[in-house]
Design a binder for this molecule. Structure first.
Ligand code: ADP
Length: 501
């Protein structure tokens, strides 16, 4: 075990034991190739530690463990109440360890500690608890046809689920996937993102402590193109659930076709936020800020295209600029006053800077930011919160997902025009709109092509409410009762009671 964990002290002084192996069958093991991933603190660019990185041969072992566990009576035949108890125990353990988990999240990902603790960890524990409650409430139906037939449905687990998660909300995304999968009785091979490999390994120990049988949850780190691709095309996996970029989602969909896996994809977005003339402008400004600048703009549902009706456009732009300057304090994520930490990696930092260059060269007007932010010790992947106006609908910065603290603001004249331009995108994840007119609010909400619409808010998702996109933003829904459909299949049983031949 000694070379499968390391004692670490985080920048905030928290000391803990960091597992570094692959978690298979409730045991820590090395990868067959002995390859490792080194993870970097995005705040100061120092190395945190290295963890084992899975290859296809490790995926094979994890899938075999998950398959065996799926068939094992200790998991297959436990009562739904016991499954709920295990999940509830896990949610309590996450709650008990939340300071350590939030510390790891902030260190590895760069998100403000207060956000990691109060939002991500609350979401992770809350999601597992929510699905703990559902475990013994999943049932089929009796469907009355005629006295000669008894027909009923049973909700069954899908089988072995491959789950590939992103780096922007590592623990919360893990919980969104583990909660419903385990609630429905599946077994899991989960791969974390190579940019943020640490917190998920700490969570693995809590899964074992909660009492889940060996092989029910297997957790791997590994590169997307190796371990991720091996999961997506594995013949021993029945379902693939993925959250990440649209480009990778398309790849995964292709690979998953090898055995027609059940798929759930939650991918990118370029979500519009419409502000009508009759909106509460102060609220619109504050929510628009939350909607794009939270989590360093690294949110799939970020409302990154702000569209403001011409009567209030100038007023909105100046109030928004002022609010960003006042609120988006960039700094060390372990400091309480920090709103915005670094981007997760150098690659993401470079990506945002390249969109800043694109906005400038395409002739948009830079209103704020537009450069790296160097005042946090001169190191780290910090970007000054960036606002562009005078943006044309055909510019890259209006059309493509930037995934950073980067917003474009445009004006519109009529409701019809706003809807058309909001929908003129390949994406369809979220939309937001601001108006005091309740009739207009619901009329526009129906016409926006997105899986979610926020009226008079942005990005205030809730674990009880289905989450997911249309168009190229994804397939299927997570969270809420709808999240159970993604992890169960319906078996119909026809029992002949009198149709004798
Ligand atoms: P980003 O481009 O923002 O890093 P990705 O969508 O590439 O996001 O990554 C999200 C998750 O998908 C990560 O866990 C990553 O390892 C995984 N991944 C990346 N490429 C592939 C791939 N070709 N096959 C399977 N998984 C992949």
């Amino acid at each position: 075990m000694s070379d499968l964990s390391v004692e670490l002290t985080a920048p905030n002084g928290v000391k803990y034991t960091q597992p570094t192996g692959l978690f298979i069958n409730n045991e820590w093991v090395k990868s067959r190739s002995r390859e490792k991933i080194t993870t970097i603190n995005p705040t100061d660019e120092t190395q945190i530690t290295s963890v084992y990185s899975a290859g296809p041969e490790d995926v094979d072992i994890a899938v075999a463990a998950a398959r065996k566990a799926f068939k094992d009576p200790s998991w297959r035949d436990i009562s739904s109440t016991e499954r709920g108890d295990l999940l509830y125990k896990l949610s309590q353990l996450i709650e008990q360890h939340k300071e350590t988990l939030a510390t790891i999240e902030t260190w590895d990902n760069g998100k403000p500690y207060s956000v990691a603790l109060n939002e991500d960890l609350a979401e992770a524990a809350g999601t597992i608890k929510y699905y703990a409650g559902y475990a013994d409430k999943i049932h089929g139906q009796v469907i009355d046809t005629s006295p000669a037939k008894l027909a009923y449905t049973i909700r069954e687990p899908v089988g072995v689920c491959g789950q590939i998660i992103p780096w922007n909300y590592p623990l919360a995304m893990a919980a969104w996937k583990l909660g419903p999968a385990l609630c429905c009785g599946n077994t899991v091979v989960l791969k974390a993102a190579e940019q943020t490999p640490l917190s998920i390994l700490y969570l693995a120990n809590l899964i074992k402590e909660a009492g889940f049988p060996p092989g029910v949850v297997n957790i791997l780190n590994g590169e997307g193109r190796k371990a991720g691709a091996a999961i997506a095309q594995h013949l021993g996996i029945d379902k693939i659930a993925f959250t990440g970029s649209t480009a990778t989602g398309r790849e995964i969909m292709k690979m998953a076709s090898v055995n027609m896996k059940n798929i759930t994809l939650e991918t990118g977005g370029k979500s519009p936020l419409l502000v009508f003339d009759d909106a509460d402008l102060d609220q619109a400004v504050k929510w628009a800020h939350i909607g794009i600048m939270s989590n360093m703009g690294q949110i799939c549902t970020a409302t990154s295209r702000v569209m403001v009706q011409e009567g209030v456009y100038d007023q909105f732009v100046s109030a928004f600029k002022e609010h960003v300057a006042k609120t988006s304090k960039v700094g060390n994520p372990f400091e309480d006053s920090t709103f915005q930490g670094p981007q997760v990696t150098k690659a993401q930092y470079d990506r945002v800077l390249s969109y800043i260059d694109s906005g400038k060269s395409e002739g948009a007007t830079l209103v704020a930011g537009g450069e790296a932010y160097k005042d946090v010790g001169g190191k780290g992947f910090f970007i000054a919160p960036t606002i562009f106006t005078n943006v044309k609908d055909n510019m890259k910065i209006f059309r493509e997902e930037v995934f950073g603290p980067f917003v474009v603001i445009v004006s519109f004249k009529t409701e019809e025009e706003a809807i058309d331009r909001a929908n003129d995108t390949t994406y369809g994840l979220a939309s937001a709109l601001f108006t005091k007119d309740v009739v207009k609010a619901h009329r526009v909400a129906r016409r926006l092509e997105s899986g979610m619409v926020f009226i008079n808010s942005s990005n205030d998702s809730d674990i009880r409410i289905p989450f997911g996109g249309v168009k190229m933003s994804g397939i299927g829904r997570e969270l809420g009762e709808a999240g159970l459909s993604a992890y169960s299949s319906l078996k119909s049983v026809h029992c002949n009671l009198g149709n004798w031949l």
